[in-house]
Design a binder for this molecule. Structure first.
Ligand code: CA
Length: 578
């Protein structure tokens, strides 16, 4: 068991500056839509509903970032473990959430605590039901409410001023193998959140509530259920044709645990869906079938929960290629045409550009070494999957990237002036896949991957080694990595689908970024260092060892009383048994 004895610490750094007036208004649909015009605050997880993490602030810039120093720090308390939260800032207050879903409000100028609220999770009971890490990525704010995902399946709305509960919703039950780890998002008065857990036998879904009252609005399942019962909607009826018999008894997968974005003009909510469960298509009785809507990007009407379009990144997923990574909306010029695009740097190693209104595929290229596919169809975006990437019980095949992914949850950011997306990347991700001959499904048993693995040492003997690749190597496509570097920050041009520059540090898990109009990109490294580079060229301008570790949240920035701050969240103290 992981046991971490450490505190959670939040640090804010700033350069000094002159006075500047700022007015805070209530956070409604209009304020969220115009979040980029209010850069002093940070009102939604990805800064804007398009999740660009580009701040127009430029007080801290390429000429003075070297003078960045500690403004304040706040010790959030005992508990520790990986911190993945992006705090929100509204009304001079910074709101954050820890891995065990403790919500806190601080004076964003001094770090002084205003309130905190501990959901008092039954940690011993819940921990074994958490498939993939005790983490929380963030909060939503709406009309004076702080809306918090509680990892045990609750969604809680707290009064932003007092921290007292206003309503409580139920997303899922940890007893069923579900957890809630992602930041909820607001879309046209609804608050929407998904469930994690597709390494366990679960059926993925997203749940919408009325953001003011907490009244359940709709639920969209990402995979079909028992076909002897009525389908919940026509999209699931269509999806059921892409599955084999009896798959639903093992869950199906398609959990939703990270990427969402909202286009208020199109009134479309975009959602990324997770891997099929169990991992190998053979165990889902689905050889050669697409298994909609696993590993897909979905566009949903937030008023009704109706599916408007979908794009499936990985038909018939067998490699844990969750396609939940950050969904980023931007308007870019491609081949002389202004396009409203949705972009994703997928776990599977491809960078995708889609038309976000129609779902039309525009382009997709590998940004790391990839061997599961030969490339994507230029018209449809459907991958040409290497036959050899499919696997059975006998031969073990090495597939790139592996389940950790080329890019995972760590936030990327898009600087429109530089025309670059900054992707925390693992360049050497791979995994040796074979079906577990001993896999048997038991109702109530949690682990459901169906993959042969090495294992932990037991009283009976040493750890069995992970399987060695025995199948012929698959052909590799994609840019070569920096020699000796497995974890890099890649500055990627989404129009030309080419890497512009890359620097060491980060990786697919950890290494999140924010970029600013000061021609800067900030990155927090898992070892506690805060880095800053010029956004256009990648010249290193800053390296601060914060002394924090044990999992580091991405940096974010805000400005109050004429002073721009950068904040990061992490752990300090002794880390045991990780
Ligand atoms: Ca997964």
């Amino acid at each position: 068991m992981n046991k971490t004895f450490s505190a959670v610490l939040l640090a804010a750094l700033a350069v000094t500056a002159a006075a500047f007036a700022q007015n805070s208004k209530k956070v409604d649909d209009v304020a969220l839509r115009n979040a980029a015009k209010n850069p002093g605050e940070w009102l939604t997880y990805g800064f804007t509903q398009g999740e660009t993490r580009f701040s127009p602030l430029d007080q801290i810039n390429a000429s003075n970032v070297g003078r960045l120093g500690l403004a304040w720090s706040h010790d959030i308390g005992k508990g520790g473990g990986p911190q993945e939260d992006t705090p929100l800032v509204w009304n001079n207050t910074l709101y954050g959430i820890t891995n065990w879903s403790v919500v806190f409000a601080l004076d964003a100028r001094t770090g002084e605590e205003k309130w905190h609220w501990d959901p008092e999770i039954n940690r011993d009971a819940v921990r074994p039901k958490v498939c993939c890490g005790v983490v929380n990525r963030g909060l939503a704010i709406y009309q004076g409410l702080i809306i918090a995902p509680i990892i045990d399946g609750r969604l809680l709305a707290l009064d932003a001023t007092t921290g007292k509960p206003v309503w409580e919703g139920r997303v899922s039950y940890s007893q069923d193998g579900y957890t809630v780890t992602m930041a909820p998002r607001i879309a046209h008065g609804k608050v929407v959140v998904g469930v994690a857990g597709a390494e366990y036998p679960v059926r993925g879904y997203i749940q919408a509530f009325d953001a003011l009252t907490g009244k359940p609005a709709w639920r969209f399942y990402t995979v079909p259920g028992d076909p002897s019962k009525p389908f919940e909607n026509p999209a699931l009826k269509k999806a059921a044709e892409t599955w084999g018999p009896n798959f639903w008894k093992l869950g199906g997968g398609g959990s939703v645990w990270d990427g969402m974005a909202y286009d208020a003009d199109a009134n479309l909510l975009y959602v990324g869906t997770g891997n099929g469960g169990p991992w190998p298509e053979a165990l889902r009785n689905s050889k050669g079938k697409d298994n909609l809507y696993v590993c897909s990007i979905l566009a949903i009407n937030p008023d009704t929960g109706e599916l408007k379009w979908y794009y499936q990144n990985v038909p018939g997923d067998s490699w844990d290629f969750d396609s939940v990574q950050q969904l980023m909306l931007a308007d870019v010029t491609i081949r002389g045409q202004q396009r409203k695009v949705l972009m994703q740097a997928n776990k599977n190693g491809f960078y995708y550009v889609l038309d976000r209104v129609t779902g039309q595929f525009i382009s997709g290229q590998p940004f790391v070494h990839v061997n599961w596919a030969k490339g994507l169809d230029e018209k449809t975006g459907r991958p040409f999957i290497n036959d050899g990437a499919h696997y059975g019980e006998e031969d073990t095949v090495q597939v790139m990237p592996g389940p950790g992914g080329a890019h995972n949850w760590a936030p990327m950011s898009f600087n429109p002036a530089a025309g670059l997306v900054y992707i925390p990347t693992s360049t050497a991700s791979s995994f040796n896949y074979a079906v577990d001959k001993e896999f048997e499904f038991h109702d109530g048993k949690m682990s459901n991957t169906g993959i042969r693995r090495g294992g932990p040492a037991t009283a009976e003997g040493p750890a069995p080694p992970p399987p060695v690749a025995t199948a012929p190597p698959l052909p590799v496509i994609g840019p070569d990595p920096i020699p000796g570097q497995r974890s890099v920050l890649v500055a990627y041009d989404p129009v030309t689908q080419r890497q512009r520059w890359a620097v060491p540090g980060g990786g697919s898990i950890g290494g999140g970024t924010v970029t600013t109009a000061g021609n800067l990109v900030f990155q927090v490294l898992p070892d506690g260092r805060l880095m800053a580079y010029t956004a256009d060229k990648g010249e290193k301008l800053l390296e601060i060892q914060t002394g924090m570790r044990a999992g580091m949240s991405p940096p974010m920035t805000y400005m109050i009383d004429g002073k721009q701050y950068i904040t990061i969240l992490g752990g300090v103290g002794l880390v045991v048994g990780r």
